[in-house]
Design a protein around this ligand. Structure first.
Ligand SMILES: [Zn+2]
Length: 475
């Protein structure tokens, strides 16, 4: 171990990042979000090195993960004292030394989320929660250390190559577009402890200063055409829509006028101040519609993921598999022990959709007095809406998607383009209706026929016919 290789990787968040603090599962308040960012002892946002190591490990080929990043596993060949399979741990030759975040102003953003009531097609009570996010543009530095015998090492080259192909995803909320990042640079500093220079550098310099100007630049984003590789589009393209009338995706905040707060409910905006439909909204409405379609045609045993009795997602049906699922809060196994499963991440990845060329207006509403008729006192309210404008749905996937599910998703999108379902708040007041742009409309028309065929074909052989029993030969 006479040569130390230090790798310094700089990343930039291209979308909001959600790195929740482990102590976050408490009830939030106006001042404290339910899911605050992880912070260090000085109150600065912080990304644990393990979060990045996990992302990098995931990217490595399966047969190299154990060799590069170590593992803890049940060893079938070795037995412990009691004759059971022993747990073996292999240390990782790649060590994560630490991370550092550089957050642009404002230092964090907040996003509210809620669940959709499948019957009322409106937000479900008591499901609103807020999440604190790292803004896009946040820079993150990661330091890795690999010790070898010689100044050239295949392991170091392999890790550098791996970093170059890395699609870093940081923190949670990946399926709703959080945590997307790009690698900017990788620097490689070799410290050879058998030389006086190397030894002096190692002994006299500490911390980030160890990667100095003698480090070689082994990766630079500008050299790569088109930036970091992305997950493939599910339908091979982004789907384009325009707003038919107006749309309101609330941010949960009220507009400020100098000196006072108004009663105008604001729309959600991204870091560039564009109105935005967040990935979580797309995911919520499309999941609800896909569940509805599959249940209506009687395919599979599809669960109702949002239900009043808090039974939640089943974790076993096709929809849970593709959209992900969580254990409902407070679930306990029959023996009273807390459940061991925590859910699974979905395969569909929904990104935020900024709305282009829309105009933001304030609309006034008043509630009607059901007894006396006419406007009710004190019931005037106002909200911001986006009129006109267009937006694109970026739906990607990182796993195989069953044909039935793809078909149901096409029909759900056709329903969206027909105005059967809407996006955001006030859909019962005519808000949130979208229309497909010409290219998307043509594509939907063509795909719709195939989708109906797929569902019809699956219906006849669903559930799979049981193998005929030898005892019961039909007469
Ligand atoms: Zn399910």
């Amino acid at each position: 171990m006479s040569v130390i290789h230090l790798l310094q990787a700089e990343l930039e968040l291209t979308g909001p990042g959600a790195v929740a603090a482990p102590e976050a599962h408490t009830v939030g308040s106006v001042l404290h979000p339910d899911l605050p960012l992880a912070r260090d002892g000085w109150g600065k946002p912080y990304v644990p090195g393990t979060s990045l190591a996990g992302s990098l490990r995931q990217q490595a080929p399966k047969d190299r993960r154990r060799a590069l990043f170590g593992d803890v596993f049940k060893d079938a060949d070795a037995n412990d004292r009691n004759g059971r399979e022993a747990t073996t741990a292999i240390a990782s030759p790649v060590r994560v030394l630490g991370t550092r975040l550089t957050v642009p102003e404002p230092s964090s953003m907040r996003r509210l989320r809620t669940a959709v009531d499948r019957h009322r097609a409106a937000a479900k009570a008591t499901t609103l929660h807020s999440r604190e996010l790292l803004p896009p543009g946040t820079e993150l530095t990661l330091w890795l250390r690999i010790d070898t015998e010689t100044t050239t090492s295949p392991v170091v080259d392999e890790v550098i190559e791996l970093l170059g192909r890395w699609r870093p995803r940081i923190g949670g909320g990946r399926t709703t577009g959080y945590g997307r990042a790009e690698l900017i640079t990788v620097r490689h500093r070799i410290i050879d402890l058998s030389t006086p220079d190397g030894l002096r550098h190692w002994l006299t310099v500490g911390g980030p200063g160890l990667v100095d100007d003698q480090a070689a630049l082994v990766y630079e984003r500008a050299q790569q055409a088109g930036g970091a590789p992305d997950e493939p589009y599910l339908f091979g393209r982004a789907l384009e829509f325009r707003i038919s009338d107006a749309l309101h995706v609330g941010s949960g905040t009220f507009a400020e006028r100098p000196g006072r707060r108004t009663d105008i409910a604001q729309i959600l905006r991204d870091h560039e101040d564009s109105p935005v439909v967040p990935g979580s909204t797309w995911k919520g409405i499309l999941r609800a519609r896909v569940e509805f379609i599959l249940r209506s045609v009687g395919i599979g045993d599809v669960c109702v993921s949002v239900r009043d009795d808090a039974s939640g997602s089943c974790g076993a049906c096709v929809v849970c598999e593709a959209f992900g699922w969580t254990e409902p809060p407070g679930t306990a196994a029959s023996d009273g022990e807390p459940s061991q499963t925590v859910g699974a991440r979905g395969r569909f990845l929904f990104a935020d959709s900024p709305i282009r060329d829309g105009s933001v207006r304030v609309r006034n509403h008043v509630a009607i007095d059901r007894v006396f008729g006419g406007a009710r006192d004190q019931a005037l309210y106002a909200e911001e809406v986006v009129e006109d404008g267009h937006l694109a749905l970026h739906l990607r996937h990182d796993g195989a998607v069953p044909d039935v599910l793809r078909a149901a998703l096409v029909l759900a999108l056709a329903d969206l383009a027909d105005g059967t379902i809407g996006v955001g708040g006030g859909t019962t007041r005519g808000y949130g209706t979208l229309a497909a742009q010409p290219a998307t409309s043509d594509w939907l028309t063509a795909e719709r026929a195939t989708a109906l065929q797929t569902l019809r074909a699956s219906r006849s052989d669903w559930p799979p016919a049981p193998a005929p029993s030898t005892e019961e030969v039909p007469a």
